[in-house]
Every structure is written in C-alpha cells, then in structure tokens.
Design a protein around this ligand. Structure first.
Ligand code: GLV
Length: 313
C-alpha cells in the first residue's frame, strides 16, 4: 500500500518519522512527497498538521492518520477530503508523558515549589505551611485517555480528583469522581485547588477558561493548561493572576506558538511557560499505533481512534 507522510516537519523530524514508520510498516511503501507516486495510488496519509491543501486530489485516500493527539488544526483545513475517516493518535507513551507533566505541575503547585523558585532569586529564606495531598482537590477538564491516565496517577498520590467530561458515569478508578454538565462544573470549581485542562479544542471548548470560570475557583488556586492555548482567554487569565485571585498558571500551549517575544506570560512571576513540551508524540510507540491502523485498513477491519468530525475530536 502506498502511504503518504505529510506534515510541518523540519528535516530531522521527517527523517526520524520515516525511520520509525518504515520499521513498523514493512511491506508498505512510505512516500515522503506526493511526487514519488501517482496520486491515485495513495491509500492512506500519515500526517502531523500538514499545510492546508496537502491532502487534496488523492482519489484513493481511505484513511487520514494523525500523529498528533489533538486534531483541531487538521480539521480546520477546509480542503480536508470529506468522507475520508480521520484517526487521531492515541499512544500509551504519550498518555504517560502527559500524566507526568500533570503530576509535576500539581506537586509543584501543592508544595509551593514555584514560589520557592521565585524566593531563591530574591535571596529569601521563607518556608510556608505544608498541606497534605488529601487537602488539595484537583479538577481535570477532559476525561479522555490522557485525562484518565493523569487522574488515576494523581489519585494514587492521594489527591481528591474530579474529572469533568461530556458524560458522567463511574470512573472505575478509586478516588476519582466523574461529573458532567455546567452545574457540576461550577460546583467542582468552587472546591478546586488545581485545575488541569486536557480538553480537545472544539467550538464548544474554545475560550472556556474565561473570567467567569476563573472567578468560580477559590482564591489562590492554580491553573495548568496542557491542551490548547485557544481554550484560554489570555486577558482574563492575566487579570486573574494580577489581582491575586489565581495563584499561579503553568502554561504549555498558547494562541500563537512559539509564544511571541515580549508576551506578558514570559516574565510574569506567577506564570511558568513550557514550549508545548508536556507530551510529545513518541515516534517509536506511535509508529506501532499507526501500523495497527494500517493493518486494519488493509484487512478491511474496523479502524481505531476515529474522530467524529462534526464534534471536532
Ligand atoms: C500535541 O499537542 C498533540 O496534539 O499531539
């Protein structure tokens, strides 16, 4: 089967993906450019946010497999061939990496480690009262694979964890409560000390983290945004930080990436900036995930991790 690799890669990334995918897909031909074979021979595209239009004019395309977990940029391309199934990346190694970042940020907020970092720069020796994990309710927005993995690991450390997702139901994980709907969100926010965002970006979730939502948190709470910058209204977040209502924000994602020089987040004492590094796709494990879906395509078997295009994830 002819498979097209398309993405906004630099040369080193393209070479790393080509190596991992070719090793995982013996018997298939991975094309690094459309010029390498007739358009009508390409059965599947393996993509990492390809430039808009990159998948137009491929009449035999039967699968678009994303190497990214979030498909918001991919689906925003109005030329994406309609009717071709889109699969997102669901990779246990990526889920684990995301959970590690959520754990690190929660521990640092809980134990005041960001504050101690600032105090060090000021030459200030000042220990603060130590709270227990069971005194620090954590709310996760998003109960997908990443949210679920992070929730289980946070609960194992003793944090009372609530997961807000589209549908309520049993979490299946001791110490993790699952809630849904606006009222439950407001109630959960009112007792939250650490709010972690792992939602997909859809028309429903864009701008969700605004002044109203932040005001529903208790004073001094922390925000950890590991999903997409567009979930947040930046001016509202900065106002909540400046007023002291929000204690600290850990931000991995931004409206514009890289975060522009001179943006207030860079030097804000209550903001920790990460360069969209919370959970990179791991080429080795992701290539195996891709290979399983390509094998299913070849066998006419059901495809995994399909996106509901109208829902946006
Ligand atoms: C990273 O942000 C991804 O969506 O894979």
């Amino acid at each position: 089967m002819n498979l097209l690799l398309a993405g906004s890669f630099d040369e080193a990334e393209r070479a790393e993906w080509a190596l991992a995918l070719r090793a995982a897909l013996p018997g298939h031909c991975l094309l690094l450019s459309r010029d390498e074979a007739p358009a009508a021979s390409i059965a599947a595209a393996i993509v990492a946010n390809p430039p808009p239009g990159a998948l137009q004019g491929l009449p035999a395309l039967r699968l678009i497999q994303s190497l990214w977990a979030g498909v918001d940029r991919l689906l925003a391309d109005s030329t994406l061939p309609p009717g071709v199934p889109v699969a997102r990346m669901v990779d246990p190694a990526m889920n684990a990496a995301m959970a590690e970042t959520a754990l690190w940020a929660t521990l640092a907020l809980h134990r005041g480690f960001f504050t101690y970092q600032c105090q060090q720069r000021a030459g200030l020796w000042l220990p603060h009262a130590q709270r227990r994990a069971d005194e620090l309710p954590v709310l996760l927005l998003g109960g997908g694979q990443m949210g679920g993995t992070a929730a289980a690991r946070l609960a194992a450390l003793g944090y009372p964890v609530t997961v807000w997702r589209r549908q309520s139901g049993a979490s299946g994980t001791p110490g993790v409560q699952v809630v849904a709907g606006d009222t439950a969100l407001r109630e959960a926010l009112a007792r939250t000390r650490v709010l972690i965002n792992l939602l997909p970006l859809t028309p429903d979730t864009r701008g969700l983290i605004d002044a109203r939502l932040l005001a529903a948190l208790p004073r001094g709470a922390g925000l950890v945004n590991l999903a997409r910058g567009a979930h947040v209204i930046d001016t509202d977040l900065l106002a909540a930080l400046d007023s002291g209502h929000l204690g600290h924000a850990v931000l991995d994602v931004f409206h514009t990436e890289p975060l522009p020089a001179g943006h207030r987040y860079w030097l804000h004492p209550q903001v920790t900036v990460l360069p969209h590094a919370a959970a990179a796709t791991d080429a080795r494990s992701a290539a195996a995930v891709v290979a399983r879906n390509i094998a299913a395509l070849a066998a006419g078997a059901p495809l995994a991790n399909l996106v509901a295009r109208d829902a946006g994830y």
